[in-house]
Design a binder for this molecule. Structure first.
Ligand code: NAP
Length: 326
């Protein structure tokens, strides 16, 4: 089958560091035919990375190019709604970087796209495609730890104003609630929902420790899911001198501890098995899913409805937490 002819809108960090390596591995499935960035140096240098493909500065020009079958939208979040709508109106298949939108009103309107436009509409929520979480699903399905009843996920990672993500002005003066908490937190919500079902109850608190990185950087949420798993998600982006990403899952017969790409299973104090998972972050699986949805007409595994829900959970948690201006 022919590779999908892809146009990329937004040539920043995620385009270069996350999508470019995955596209290099999927040359039989995607041919990048045009890229766009509103500032020329980034458009030009990314076009060169891809082998001197044509570049444009106005995304409308990319959308009117009949060669482009599908678009990968990797823009500041507040542009997601408008550019997605324009791409669908132009008849393109869409793979949109998460989170789905910058507010719930726009996100709700994006749910209506399902009926209005027949093309593939998918959100690039890579956590839905990570090998680590596929393996955890398998461990749970094989009854190795029994019925999961609780989960605790701690992300302690200091983002300072000189870190690459804090250099993007749209993240610091964010036009969406939650700043880094929302930008990063939708990933964790997506994984938790994929493993334990939808959230049916939440309670959250947030605050800002370092205002130079946005209005919110510290968030704790208690949750309960439809599979009766309860737990805590802590997203702390300003802890001084401490870094940790630890995901614990507790089952009736054992526990799972995910430490980066290592899965540690404990079925007693003494018994422990450790597996190292080959996990690129899900970027290759994600693109492959998009390809199959276009060429083989399969259902994509990250439809707008799922990403809407990830986003809604975190935005509502922030809204209910009235002590902050997020
Ligand atoms: P970024 O580095 O700022 O990239 C965005 C790019 O869009 C910049 O190059 C920017 O150019 C360009 N741009 C802005 N307005 C434009 C317009 N109207 N037309 C064309 N180009 C325009 O940000 P990023 O870190 O790549 O993030 C982009 C998206 O990817 C966000 O949705 C983010 O949440 C997502 N992301 C996902 C992951 C993941 O793991 N899935 C990781 C990181 C980011 P200038 O900089 O010159 O203004």
């Amino acid at each position: 089958m022919e590779p999908v002819k892809l146009g990329i809108i937004g040539c920043g960090i995620a385009a270069r560091k996350l999508h470019f390596p995955a596209l290099q591995k999927l040359k039989d499935k995607f041919e990048v035919v045009m890229v766009c960035n509103h500032t020329e140096p980034k458009a030009k240098s990314f076009a060169e990375m891809l082998g001197n493909v044509p570049y444009v500065l106005d995304y409308h020009e990319l959308l009117t190019n009949s060669k482009v079958e599908a678009v990968l939208i990797i823009l500041p979040i507040h542009l997601n709604y408008k550019v997605t709508l324009d791409a669908l109106k132009a008849g393109k298949n869409v793979l949109l970087e998460k989170p789905i939108a910058s507010n719930l009103e726009e996100a709700r309107k994006m749910l209506l796209f399902k009926k209005l436009y027949p093309q593939v509409k998918m959100v690039a929520e890579n956590f839905r495609f990570r090998e680590t979480f596929y393996r955890v699903q398998e461990i749970i399905k094989n009854d190795i730890i029994g019925e999961p009843y609780a989960a605790v996920w701690n992300i302690f990672y200091q983002i300072t104003s000189d870190s690459q993500y804090a250099q993007t002005e749209w993240r610091i003066n964010h036009q969406y609630p939650g700043g880094f908490v929302t930008d990063g937190g939708v990933h964790n919500i997506a994984a938790l929902r994929m493993l334990f079902g939808d959230f049916i109850q939440t309670n959250a608190f947030s605050k800002s420790i370092n205002p130079t990185i946005g209005k919110t950087d510290t968030f704790s949420m208690q949750f309960k899911t439809e599979q009766n798993v309860h737990g805590v998600l802590n997203l702390f982006f300003s802890p001084v001198g401490y870094e940790q990403n630890e995901f614990h899952i507790f089952g009736e017969k054992g526990s799972i501890f995910i430490d980066s790409n290592d899965i540690i299973i404990k079925t007693s104090k003494e018994e422990e098995t450790r597996e190292s998972i080959d996990d690129d972050g899900g970027y290759i699986n994600q693109l492959d899913d998009f390809y199959r949805a276009i060429r083989e007409n399969t259902e994509n595994h990250s439809p707008f409805e799922e990403s809407f829900r990830d986003f809604e959970i975190i935005v509502k948690a922030l809204t209910i937490d009235e002590g902050n201006n997020y």
